[in-house]
Design a protein. Sequence first.
Length: 161
Amino acid sequence: MSIKPLIDQLAGYNRWANTRFVERLQTEPEAVLDRSVASSFPTLRDTLLHIRDAENAWMHRLEGIAPVPWPAEEDRAISTLVTYSTRLEDLLSNANEEWLLSTAAYHDLRGNRHEQVRWQMVLHCINHGTQHRGQLITMMRGLGLASIPPNDMVVYQRSSL
């Protein structure tokens, strides 16, 4: 079995899920996005921008581009996350099986050198976003927000039929 369809589905799911959160949270006042709530990152905005910055870092690593800029950019608009998720999806949609199965060497943000198979890097990147979207749900509930977007992969899969 080819790994390419799985990677393409994961990249599509990642963009879809991130877009759902951005669209929902863009309806809230800026003050809500920046209100402190207990989690890995202190605000909804910081959590969304962390996902953005990490996706950008992993794209750089996948492509062998160093150094990795952190943050990805200075703009703190939550909509910028969708741009990076789309770029990641585009990168992966243009990737072939051979590239996905090849090894990439990169440095983490502390400067430590690593080598890893690209498809594993992609899985980590998308799983990382999933973890933080789960935190967004808890944060939104803690802030008393309603209309939390369903973002399970099965919802994406059913909507793609």
